[in-house]
Design a protein around this ligand. Structure first.
Ligand code: GLP
Length: 272
């Protein structure tokens, strides 16, 4: 896994939005995997800004979201579908036919999961999967467990994850569904390139375990260690517990240096 450090969440969001815009320019029919959560909000904001400036064209792009609450209608303002419409889809030129979010209101859960896997296959697989990270190490809604499920499936949310998602439900944990639909670990790991983003001190411990600890289903994010093209993009706070680099630079120094480098990053160097 390659780690990139940025001076702030804003710097990270700007760099990744630019990177995605370049990937779109290089490959019009780009297939993107997208997360929800607080972390990607500045990223979506930056992407919308680039789109308005004529620098991010989604005309031929396709998107697949990672997960959705079970029992929540797509039209419900608490759904992840509604979140995506609000923060991204309503503001860019993505064809509604090509924005895919699992249907949380489905009566045929198994069928919905199979359909989702087939739709990803038909689109040619995911070129670039953006991920967030739960404070308990989950990615998508693949929760820490004794074993992980490979393909898109229904999953039971842990109390910690329900608490973390309470903000979407007017801070009422009891309103957060107990189950969700999620891409599986193999679905995620099949993406050609993965960028996981994590910002803020609350993620630091988990980031440390994900990067420096063993590969374990107790921390699903650690499976990214097995991917040949996975990048972890962090702000200083989230990187605070990583071991100092071999050149002896302290974390803030290293973060500052890399962030300055990142500003000059040529997004066109992405290899998909
Ligand atoms: C939810 C989503 C995850 C996301 C996580 C992190 O649980 N299902 O895909 O990565 O939140 O959220 P945040 O970015 O708010 O910390």
């Amino acid at each position: 896994m390659r780690t990139r450090l940025f001076a702030s969440p804003g710097a990270l969001a700007r760099a990744l939005a630019g990177n995605i815009a370049s990937a779109l320019a290089a490959q019009g029919g780009l297939v993107l995997g997208l997360p929800t959560g607080r972390t990607p909000i500045p990223l979506y904001h930056e992407i919308v800004r680039l789109h308005r400036a004529g620098r991010a064209d989604f005309r031929h792009a396709t998107t697949f979201n990672l997960d959705e609450f079970l029992g929540v209608d797509p039209a419900d303002p608490h759904s992840y579908r509604a979140f995506m419409q609000r923060h991204l889809f309503d503001h860019v030129n993505l064809s509604p036919r090509r924005t895919h979010v699992l249907d949380g209101a489905t009566r045929d859960v198994e069928g919905e999961c199979v359909r989702y896997e087939r739709a990803i296959d038909r689109a040619g697989g995911i070129d670039l999967q953006i991920l967030g990270l739960g404070t308990n190490g989950h990615i998508g809604f693949n929760e820490p467990a004794r074993a992980l499920i490979a393909r898109t499936h229904v999953t039971r949310l842990t109390p910690a994850t329900r608490r973390a998602n309470a903000a979407i439900f007017d801070n009422r944990v009891s309103e957060v569904p107990r189950e969700a639909l999620s891409m599986g670990m193999a679905t995620i790991l099949r993406a050609r390139r993965i960028v996981l983003i994590a910002t803020g001190a609350a993620k630091a411990r988990c980031v440390e375990r994900m990067i420096e600890g063993p590969v374990t289903p107790r921390l699903p994010g650690s499976f990214l260690q097995l991917h040949r093209c996975a990048e972890i993009w962090l702000d200083r706070a989230a990187a605070a517990r990583l071991k100092p680099s071999r050149d002896g630079a302290s974390h803030p120094e290293r973060a500052g240096r890399l962030a300055r480098g990142a500003r000059g990053l040529r997004p066109s160097v992405i290899r998909l």
